[in-house]
Every structure is written in structure tokens, then in C-alpha cells.
Design a protein around this ligand. Structure first.
Ligand code: CAA
Length: 256
């Protein structure tokens, strides 16, 4: 039996591909366990500076595996505490690029929203159709989608279960780029490689600061940002980056 995720390293980019094609990459408990372990392993690996998360060209992920939950009781779901794993994805400090083609539904859409840059192929379809199976989003869909696209679109998507096309997702602010399906993966990998050339500590703190914008008031967020900005003056990469600019040459960042 093939593995439910595939991992490989390309330079300083750690790649994970969801691999349950028969069930449209449904996010089983086993898959989520392995995915989170792999993301954490990349986060701990000093040779990895950026992460790429992808499905196939046909599907990113069609949501949590419905067969895992269909017969569960409230107590079983509570005890299983499956969303604790998703909290661990939130704590990954390195930037994660999501390469999304085809369906990104339910937990699949929520997984993409846990990433930092979403690159969508023109065939991508985003949705939170849980309403159609008697539930609602449980891995942050009502919260992250609303913050990304605003109440009007989020309410429409969550209550009707309709899918957003890649273009709609782009104009609503859910994704940052739409690319042809033939090269969505290469384009996302290229962007992850581009991130991997940036100063890694500045990347991590910049990610942390942007994410705080969803959790803090503006004045607290500005204060937080300023402190992280000052912190970077303790790094060799700041000295190198500014010196290289003045000397009109390419910087050589070391992650120190
Ligand atoms: N869980 C388990 N199996 C799934 C699945 C899922 N989320 N999505 C698709 N599959 C399986 C189907 O059962 C089917 O299996 P069989 O071949 O054995 O019958 C196979 O994948 C192919 O699916 P379809 O035949 O349905 O393919 P389609 O092209 O006709 O339709 C689809 C595609 C519209 C995505 C449809 O599969 C679908 O609606 N899937 C469910 C989407 C959904 O409701 N997602 C939310 C899940 S709940 C959740 O995610 C909660 C949370 O917040 C964490």
C-alpha cells in the first residue's frame, strides 16, 4: 500500500504531497498524523527554510475523511481531539506554500488556509460544504475564511456550501496567485525556492508578525512588529543584507 503522504527535499525546500488519490486525498486521522509529524520535522531541520504542501493536479483535498467520523458520538469526537493536531500546524514557524489544484473542500480548504501563501491552479475550487453532511467547519473554516474574505462571502460559502472558483478566490483575497494548471506545482515550488533564498530568521519573524494581525489590536500588533524588527538587528543576515545592498552585490544569508 502506498504511503498517504509523500515527502522529498529539494534544496532547502521540504515538500509534502497528499497521496490518497482513491478518496480525493481525504484527510484521514492517519494522514493528518503523518502530515503534522512531517511538517514538524521540516520545522526542526536546520537545512529546510521553506515548505511546500501540495495535492495532485486533480485534487488538493476533499476534506476530512467522512468515513472516520460518520458513526462517531460526541464523546468520541471530543476524546479524539483531532483538531489539536491542526493547532500544531499553526505553530510551524517556517513559511508554508500551498499548491492547490482541483478541490480544496472542508478540511482541505482549512488546510490550505493554515498555509502562508496559497498558489491556485485555474481549476482550483474552494469550499466549506460541511453543511451538506449535517455539520459545519471544525478546523477553523468559519474563522479563517471570514478573516480572509470577509463576512459576506464567508457566510455565503459556509451556509450554502457553494464552491469558489480560483478567480473568485483570488478576487475575494483567499489566494494570492492563480496560475495555469499545467504548471501550478512548478510555480509553487519556484516560489518556495525563492523564499528559501531569503534570510530565514527574517522570514520566520515576518510570518509570525503577519499572523498576529489576526489576533491583536492594531496598536498591540504594531508594538509587536516593532520589537521583532529590532530583534533582527541582532542577526548576521541583517548586517550582510544591508552591507550587500550598499556594495551593490547579492547578499549571502546564513540564517544567523
Ligand atoms: N471523505 C471520504 N471519502 C471521500 C471524501 C471525503 N471527504 N471525498 C470524496 N471521497 C471519496 C468518495 O466517497 C469516492 O469514493 P468511492 O470511489 O469509493 O465511492 C471517491 O472519493 C471519489 O469521490 P466522488 O465519487 O464523490 O467524486 P466526484 O468527482 O463525483 O465528487 C466531490 C467530488 C464533490 C469533492 C465529492 O467527493 C464530495 O462532495 N466530497 C465530500 C466533500 C466534503 O463534504 N468535505 C467536507 C468533509 S467534513 C470536514 O472536512 C470537516 C472539517 O472541517 C475538518
Amino acid at each position: 500500500m502506498s504511503d498517504v503522504i509523500l515527502s522529498e527535499v529539494d534544496g532547502h525546500v521540504g515538500i509534502v504531497r497528499l497521496n490518497r488519490p482513491d478518496v480525493l486525498n481525504a484527510l484521514s486521522l492517519e494522514l493528518m498524523k503523518k502530515l503534522v509529524a512531517q511538517l514538524e520535522a521540516y520545522d526542526d531541520d536546520p537545512n529546510i527554510y521553506a515548505i511546500l504542501l501540495s495535492g495532485s493536479e486533480k485534487v488538493f483535498a476533499a476534506g476530512a475523511d467522512i468515513t472516520d467520523m460518520a458513526d462517531a458520538s460526541t464523546f468520541e469526537m471530543y476524546n479524539r481531539n483531532q483538531f489539536a493536531r491542526w493547532e500544531r500546524i499553526k505553530k510551524i514557524s517556517k513559511p508554508i506554500v500551498a499548491a492547490v489544484s482541483g478541490y480544496a473542500l472542508g478540511g482541505g480548504c482549512e488546510l490550505a488556509m493554515h498555509c502562508d501563501i496559497i498558489i491556485a491552479s485555474e481549476t482550483a475550487k474552494f469550499g466549506q460544504p460541511e453543511i451538506n453532511i449535517g455539520v459545519m467547519p471544525g478546523a477553523g473554516g468559519t474563522q479563517r475564511l471570514t478573516r480572509a474574505v470577509g463576512k459576506a462571502v464567508a457566510m455565503d460559502v459556509v451556509l450554502t456550501g457553494r464552491f469558489l472558483s480560483a478567480r473568485e478566490a483570488l478576487s475575494a483575497g483567499l489566494v494570492s496567485r492563480v496560475v495555469p494548471k499545467e504548471n501550478f506545482y512548478d510555480e509553487a515550488l519556484r516560489i518556495a525556492q525563492e523564499l528559501a533564498k531569503k534570510p530565514p530568521l527574517a522570514l520566520r519573524l515576518a510570518k509570525e508578525s503577519v499572523l498576529k494581525a489576526h489576533e491583536m489590536s492594531l496598536s498591540d500588533g504594531l508594538e509587536y512588529e516593532r520589537k521583532l524588527f529590532y530583534m533582527l538587528f541582532a542577526t548576521e543576515d541583517q548586517k550582510e543584507g544591508m552591507k550587500a545592498f550598499i556594495e551593490k552585490r547579492r547578499p549571502e544569508f546564513k540564517g544567523k
